[in-house]
Design a protein around this ligand. Structure first.
Ligand code: B16
Ligand code: MG
Length: 211
């Protein structure tokens, strides 16, 4: 493989927690009477919690104070955490698990680059708490994707340069972040056809074709 390290986005790449984000935002939007559907939810992929809320509130007739917005974000996160707490290693697909194990055996360094502040909790729930060589997440960044900060941090933790790493992303904002940081990107899921990506994956196991 032309890369020495792979940086994986979490929600929507390693596990399907993107669905839980949708369900918990949908519950909040319904309570507030704000139109919100799966298509609109795609705009929130890779975007921080507060920025996601701002996108949802764009469709509201009312304006909300900063305190109210913080309370809404906490309400959404409590629902989201409730869903996350029900996860177990069974929520890690065989395809993802086997791909990660094969890449590790091939000598690649593996990292997470996620906007989520819930990253440590999710990794613990799905049995990957100690798996990755580096974890950069929403707790250690100040700029949201499409800013490349989270991927630059992950590469630095791995001791690699961006050109030595491949980023795997399901969000257009994440593909843009990778390209902005000087990384090649493999796009999957919602972002799969993004023309800025170097690779377009049907599933994560397609990465093994590059070995
Ligand atoms: P949290 P990723 C992102 O994770 C999600 O795609 C995005 O929808 C979410 O708002 C963001 O994390 C923050 O998550 O509320 O858990 O801190 O795709 O970058 O792994
Ligand atoms: Mg994602």
């Amino acid at each position: 493989m032309k890369y020495q390290g792979i940086i994986f986005d979490l929600d929507g790449v390693i596990c399907s927690t993107d669905e839980y984000h949708y369900r918990s935002w949908k519950a909040l939007a319904d309570r507030l009477g704000i139109p919100f559907d799966r298509e609109r939810n795609n705009l929130l992929r890779g975007v921080s919690r507060m920025d996601s809320l701002k996108i949802i509130l764009e469709k509201s007739d009312k304006t909300y104070s900063e305190e109210e917005q913080i309370a809404f974000a906490e309400e959404k996160n409590a629902l989201h955490r409730q869903l996350l707490s029900q996860m177990s290693p069974a929520d890690l697909s065989d395809e993802v698990k086997n791909t990660l194990d094969t890449l590790r055996r091939a000598g690649l360094k593996l990292a997470i680059g996620s906007a989520s502040k819930n990253t440590p909790f999710i990794l613990e729930r799905i049995g990957l708490g100690d798996f990755f060589d580096a974890v950069a997440d929403g707790n250690c960044i100040t700029h949201s994707k499409p800013h490349p900060e989270v991927f630059l941090k992950a590469a630095e933790m791995l001791g690699l340069k961006p050109a030595q790493c491949l980023v795997v992303e399901d969000a257009h904002a994440g593909v843009e972040a990778a390209v902005n940081g000087g990384f090649d990107c493999a796009a999957i899921g919602d972002a799969r056809d993004d023309p800025r990506a170097a690779w377009h994956l049907k599933g994560v196991s397609d990465l093994l074709q590059q070995l």
